[in-house]
Design a protein around this ligand. Structure first.
Ligand SMILES: Nc1ncnc2c1ncn2[C@@H]1O[C@H](COP(=O)(O)OP(=O)(O)O)[C@@H](O)[C@H]1O
Ligand SMILES: [Mg+2]
Length: 224
């Protein structure tokens, strides 16, 4: 469904070229829940940004259902992102002026779906995530875990093929992180969405279908 071949990425710096990713290969099937672990600065966020078409590799190929995404122009990329890719970050990135419900329905409204349809979808998700009584709260009135669950709902509401999650539980205490991780995994499994999640938690990584480590600029499979 999603495949990455021989991806390379470097950044220019005053000291010369900084090689970040070298010869990265990855195959993702529908509904896969994949963890990527690796030390700080190893290039995990850079890799997710490139996979999410928000940054460009120097070379290599990324295919989403046989579409070569590096060949698409920005307008087509933006459409592909909005339809097929969801993002979850370490901090929730919710819009502070909007309620939880309004934040969740926004991606559907941007796609041109009706408000009624969007609200129905959001209410179903809010129930699944145990947040129904938080629908009218703004982010400032949500706990960290609740806000992250709202961010999960916002990422899945468009029924994307792929969700890219960059340390989605990194700001949460251990118990809350477990709740958010379990809900995210169950929801993505039930919707058959593939997920690539960067995490520093060995126990969450172990609970995923596959684990890769970003080491020496490339993705390696266990044993690490
Ligand atoms: N835009 C950029 N320009 C220059 N260097 C960058 C840029 N983005 C990231 N880097 C560098 O690339 C390396 C990998 O960063 P990053 O992908 O954020 O790592 P991780 O998410 O694994 O902590 C780091 O050394 C970082 O300083
Ligand atoms: Mg990072």
């Amino acid at each position: 469904m999603f495949s990455v071949h021989n991806l390379n990425k470097s950044f220019p710096t005053p000291q010369g070229k900084l090689e970040v990713l070298k010869d990265v290969n990855l195959e993702v099937f529908q509904g896969d829940f994949i963890a990527i672990i690796g030390e700080s600065g190893s290039g995990k966020s850079t890799l997710l940004q490139i996979l999410g078409t928000l940054d460009q590799a120097d070379s290599g190929e990324i295919l989403l259902d046989d579409i070569k995404i590096q060949n698409l122009h920005e307008k087509k990329l933006a459409k592909l992102r909005s339809q097929h890719i969801g993002f979850i970050y370490q901090s929730h990135h919710l819009i502070p002026e909007l309620t939880a419900l309004e934040n969740i329905i926004l991606p559907l409204l941007i796609q041109g779906k009706s408000k009624l349809y969007a609200q129905q979808q959001a209410e179903t998700l809010l129930k699944q995530l145990g947040l129904f009584n938080r629908a009218q709260h703004t982010p400032a009135h949500l706990s960290g875990g609740e806000a992250q669950r709202v961010a999960v709902a916002r990422a899945v509401i468009t029924k994307p093929k792929l969700i890219l999650a960059d340390e989605p539980t990194g700001n949460l205490d251990e118990t809350t992180a477990s709740t958010v991780f379990s809900m995210m995994r169950d929801l993505c499994k039930s919707q058959n969405v593939a997920v690539i999640m960067v995490t520093h938690s060995q126990s969450f990584a172990n609970a995923c279908d596959k684990v890769y480590a970003l080491k020496q600029h490339t993705l390696s499979e266990p044993p690490f």
